[in-house]
Design a protein around this ligand. Sequence first.
Ligand SMILES: Nc1ncnc2c1ncn2[C@@H]1O[C@H](COP(=O)(O)OP(=O)(O)OP(=O)(O)O)[C@@H](O)[C@H]1O
Length: 510
Amino acid sequence: MSDPNIGRLLDNRYQLVELLGKGAMGQVYLAKDVLLGGVSVAIKFLSQTLLNKKMRDRFEREATTSALLGQRSMHIVRVMDYGVNSDDVPFYVMEYLRGESLSDLISTSPLSIPRFINVTRQICLGLQCAHEGIEKDNRIYSIIHRDIKPSNILVTNDPTVGELVKILDFGIAKILADDSGQTNCFMGTLAYSSPEQMEGKELDNRSDIYSLGVMMFQMLTGKMPLQAETHTFGGWYKTHHHQSPRTFASVDPNLKLPKALETTIMGCLEKDPKNRPQSVNEIIKTLDPLSARFSHAQSIGQRIGQVLQTRPVVADPQRTDVPSLEEVCRLQSWPKDKPLAQIVFPQVLATSRETVVTLWVMLNKSEIQQRQFSTLYNKLYKNFLCMMSPHPMVLWLTVLYNREHGPRWLRCYLDLKTAKGQEMVRLLGQKGTYQILLFAVEEPQRCAQAISVRLNPSQCQLLQDWANSSQIINAAQPNLSKSLLKQEFEKLQPQILMKLQSDDPDTSFS
Ligand SMILES: Nc1ncnc2c1ncn2[C@@H]1O[C@H](COP(=O)(O)OP(=O)(O)OP(=O)(O)O)[C@@H](O)[C@H]1O
């Protein structure tokens, strides 16, 4: 029977396209945000069978928790809207993640060690952010996920960014120390639940660390570390309390794991929370040095391999095998889907070490050379303008200035109501830096010059504030905000030019 919801318009804004799946709490649909030009979103509805007051509250809490956390970490699914449909069924709107769940990913074969490190590190960053907590009524509340398992991890793939991992479903998360009436009944998934969770005890971050341990074992071997005699609450209760986890060697004798990694994963599976790593940061500390050792082969892929082969490698004891950010930028080529024209566009770039915002600029080769050679007279000006109403939008302005050749204005707009725009503004604010990648029209296959730009702390703060406040503002008429920002920019242009023409050493770059 066809789904009567398909095609429905929700809140005059979201048109349901297809059912993505059903979970314990409800259904998730792919939808189009018609107000934002048909951008894809995912909408989760609370199941009809759970429409009681307690579940409604829990569902609303899931939405609020995810919305607050999604603002703080790019490794947690972002929630943008919450509402109730005409049948009084609550729903929330999330960014749509085009990708595969970790459970699908590992159902065919376990992950290679480099891929495991890359994926796990991102899960840990998201989880650490949740454990560090959110602010509510001037207090910090730690968030425990309580249902860490492969089907709650989504891995998206972008040809430029690489694998981006997000934690889903803070459905049973509980705000620690929030005694708003949630009972301590069992919630979670039996095979991944910690012994203390099975007992219905008060949980802390170490319960998630246990579930993460089960999941990490499974990611590397394709097998579970513990096996219950019966798939019942009683069967798993006994298993989590009394069964010793299998060793990696007994499951896969060919798997050669770094000792530190093996010790950390087995530590996560300890029955007593006191004997586990006490914070996700400890796991990240194990992964980081391994990431430097393994991940260059993985995350930047074969392209780096190709280029390193053609480059003389200078023997330098300080140098690790991981390319620097500038090297990664220089290794990029102009995307095939962009015109070979003098355009500017922003892009998030993930290296094996970090994720940064980049500004891709195409100019004529002669102009790049002119600006490069007279470095003494080169200056750089950067600024951000924001318009919250009618639609939250940021104008990101960079000016390359050369005394002889004048200004080159680089402008782009970041829409704070899109996942991409939010992510960029947030990352710019958090990192306080961005990279400009200059490409010549004549040689699009390689980046001609990479320039690192630093933002001052007040700019960073402003960007973070805009990203936060835009969440509570409704989206409307993005083009109107753009044209208002353009007018603002045109008013500012002569002043910026005067500043650049003066001898202010603050703005120079080389
Ligand atoms: N933001 C999203 N973008 C794309 N797909 C999503 C998104 N959120 C959920 N899904 C997909 O929708 C389906 C249902 O998700 P949901 O979180 O409700 O259930 P589940 O995790 O499969 O089960 P349970 O909630 O019982 O653990 C899953 O296949 C999930 O991968």
